[in-house]
Design a protein around this ligand. Structure first.
Ligand SMILES: Cc1cc2nc3c(=O)[nH]c(=O)nc-3n(C[C@H](O)[C@H](O)[C@H](O)COP(=O)(O)O)c2cc1C
Length: 392
């Protein structure tokens, strides 16, 4: 891998992140991403740098029912030192049961709760980023989860957005409630549900939350595309750690850059095309191992291929063919056609990547915004809302 120095930045003094009994030496967290942060991708990221790597979110109901897919999502490689799981749920009893199962069966070292998902399928049922609006329900879920997790000394964290929209912000209340319930940390994605992935993450909200919760770690999330962005977020907001999502799609080596930056080094990965091709093939091989099904693994790798080659000189026809590969052999043959000496393209390979989109009115249960308490209809809906969803 080509590594090169960028203009020096002053060293950042950021202590290791403490989450209950866990110490994360490099205070960097791979954001949970459904369809992305499976054990294969987490392994790749780990090979480049330190941090904590969260699995794709799993629905509490599916987990309690032990569906094969939910058990796959929460499975970790033997050498994953911190087995981190993210639960989605809308019903305190089911979330509590899922946490209990993880703890009693020793299946996780860290559990995060998802209160950030803006996907209509989820918010329409009152889940994800819609949920903190309902104070009693939110409080009850977090308290139940913290209580169950504490039985195994497993730190529990929450990940949330700023709120539903600019007129219905929830993050400060939710942060305080979670702190009082005993969470080990809170993470804030600086967008509202209405923003989905559009516009820019509001780091000033992250700074406000950091100030409002001086007694627990606060983690900042949103629009970290480079190690320099991560350092800037820490400087501007005072967070105790950063959570990185889309910036590492097709760039697992970003975790190497992040570790370097937090250790005060200016060395960054600037892979040439041949090195990217090696990374793609390794990712595909790990996916085949993870899924035990070459066809499925290769279908899953297709979206990653576009991210890996962002900004690189790769012909349109070859890109199309790579996006249709069905086997490792076909992938190898396509990768062999690349000009492996083609250099790192610089800024074309950097900056925003992955999901973007435009703001939309969030889909919510009927009359959701009228009160911060659940009405009877909403309570009934909530108990039916533990769907098998995968999100973001
Ligand atoms: C494809 C995709 C899947 C996601 N899945 C989840 C998820 O399962 N749980 C969650 O809390 N957030 C999920 N997110 C949100 C990310 O964790 C993160 O909060 C968001 O992408 C903002 O961070 P970023 O700007 O670094 O990407 C997802 C995001 C993307 C793009």
């Amino acid at each position: 891998m080509t590594v090169a120095a960028t203009p020096p930045a002053p060293k950042l003094e950021l202590p290791p992140l403490k989450l209950g009994p866990i110490t994360v030496d490099t205070p960097v967290i791979l954001a949970p991403m459904a369809g992305i942060t499976n054990s294969a991708f987490r392994r790749l990221c780990r090979e480049y740098g330190g941090g904590m790597y969260v699995a794709e979110m799993v629905t509490s109901r599916a987990l309690v029912e032990r569906t094969p897919e939910s058990l796959r999502i929460i499975s970790h490689d033997e050498d994953e030192q911190v087995r981190s799981v993210q639960l989605y749920g809308v019903d305190p009893v089911t979330v509590g049961a899922a946490v209990r199962m993880l703890v009693e069966e020793d299946r996780a070292d860290h559990i995060d709760l998802n209160f950030g998902c803006p996907v209509p399928k989820v918010t329409r049922r009152g889940g994800g980023s819609a949920l903190p609006w309902k104070i009693d329900l939110f409080t009850s879920i977090v308290q139940t989860a913290v209580r169950e997790a504490a039985k195994g000394n497993v730190p529990l964290t929450i990940k949330m957005r700023k709120g539903i929209d600019d007129d219905h912000l929830t993050y400060l209340d939710a942060g305080r409630i979670a702190r009082d319930a005993g969470v080990a940390a809170v993470a804030l994605h600086g967008r509202t549900a209405a923003q989905f992935y559009s516009g820019q993450a509001d780091w000033s909200a992250i700074a406000r939350l950091r100030e409002a919760l001086p007694d627990i770690p606060v983690l900042g999330n949103g629009d970290i595309w480079s190690a320099e962005d991560a350092v800037r977020m820490v400087r501007e907001t005072g967070v105790d750690g950063v959570v990185v999502g889309r910036g590492c799609q097709g760039r697992p080596w970003l975790f190497g850059d992040l570790q370097a930056a937090f250790e005060g080094s200016d060395v960054r990965h600037k892979p040439n095309l041949g090195q990217v091709a090696q990374g793609v093939y390794r990712h595909a091989e790990l996916m085949v191992e993870t899924f035990g099904d070459e066809g499925k693994a290769l279908r899953e790798i297709r979206k990653h291929i576009a991210w890996y080659f962002k900004g690189y000189v790769v012909g349109g026809e070859l890109r199309t063919r790579m996006a249709l590969v069905n086997s490792l052999e076909e992938l190898r043959a396509a990768l062999d056609e690349l000009d492996t000496e083609s250099p790192y393209p610089g800024s074309d390979a950097e900056g925003p990547r992955g999901r973007a989109g435009s703001p939309k009115k969030p889909a919510l249960p009927k009359d959701w915004l009228e009160s911060r308490a659940l009405n009877d209809d909403q309570s009934r809906e909530i108990s039916a809302a533990e769907l098998d969803v995968s999100g973001g």
